[in-house]
Design a protein around this ligand. Structure first.
Ligand code: CP
Length: 302
């Protein structure tokens, strides 16, 4: 992983993933190591973010590194018409590693091709969000004591949900049984179904989920993403498709945990927050430890 960009979760083998999760466990036990002293890391966010940007920056600060960057393209020279290539070439001069979020699918791969330092994809459009997946895997392993042979229910916007696309690919290493719950308009894209078929993995598609979650180990809720719709009417039609409520958790397995990459809009009722099955806020904390592990591995410090 040393000096290699992380663009897709497929860039990591099963062994790379396990090693990263093990390193993250070490950081959870001892987060105040000064491994990044003398390093400058650029966080370039062309799209809004709370968790991804701030957990990266928290991880960098706790490890003694320095952060430069911008939280919006409006505060960069992109606003004056500068190209992505010129922006990345320039920031490569100022930093040891670039973390980038951008609305265009493929932009992170392109940035890694023109950058002189490694690039971490912090989300490229509806394509991939590999560091989110690493924290999702960490959260699943921590709560289930294993990643193998789990029943994973993924609910919501499966068409545009980049966290879903990365997660389903990573979980394919672990003999997962998948249940995809979405409105017909937001079904999981064919390319991901073909990926699972090639791996001979079991998957089922549903449009309703209240009656089928009794054997779920993980329910991964997602937001219907207004910003990805070209037709506002399509968003209006689908926005309230699924709302998880506490009463729906009766009869579910003791080990069930509810995950969500966040932000949520209304797809998890606040009455679920006090359930011991709700795990989405600890999940967001796990982003600090997993991003510590990813950055220190890429910089060759572990
Ligand atoms: N999960 C996630 O990517 O959240 P943010 O958009 O707040 O970074």
């Amino acid at each position: 992983m040393k000096n290699k960009s992380l663009i897709s979760i497929n860039d990591y083998s099963k062994e790379d993933i396990i090693r990263t999760l093990d390193l993250a466990e070490g950081f959870e036990k001892n987060p105040n190591q000064k491994l990044l002293e003398g390093k400058v890391i650029a966080t370039l966010f062309f799209e809004p973010s709370t968790r991804t940007r701030l957990s990266f920056e928290s991880a960098i600060n706790r490890l003694g590194g320095k952060v430069i960057g911008f939280a919006s393209k409006d505060s960069s020279s992109v606003q004056k018409g500068e190209s992505l290539k010129d922006t990345i070439k320039t920031v490569s001069n100022y930093s040891d590693l670039i973390v980038m979020r951008h609305p265009l699918e493929g932009s992170a791969r392109y940035a890694s091709e023109v950058a002189d330092v490694p690039v971490i994809n912090a989300g490229d459009g509806a394509n991939q969000h590999p560091t989110q997946t690493m924290l999702d895997l960490y959260s699943i392993r921590k709560t289930q004591n294993s990643l193998e042979n789990l029943n994973l229910f993924v609910v919501g916007d499966l068409k545009y949900g980049r966290t879903v696309h990365s997660l389903l690919m990573a979980m394919a290493y672990f003999q997962t049984s998948y249940h995809f719950v979405s409105p017909p308009e937001l079904r999981i894209p064919e390319e991901y179904k073909m990926f699972l078929q090639k791996k001979k993995l079991d998957y089922h598609e549903h449009t309703d989920f209240s009656d089928i979650i009794s054997d779920a180990d993980i329910i991964y809720m997602t937001r219907i993403q207004r910003e990805r719709f070209s037709d506002p009417m399509e968003y209006e039609k689908t926005k309230n498709s699924y709302v998880l409520e506490n009463t729906m958790l009766e009869g579910t397995k003791d080990n069930l945990r509810i995950l969500h990459p966040l932000p949520r809009v209304n797809e998890i009722n606040e009455d679920v927050d006090n359930s011991n099955k709700a795990y989405y806020f600890p999940q967001a904390l796990n982003g600090v430890f997993t991003r510590m592990a990813i950055m220190s591995s890429i910089l060759g410090l572990q």
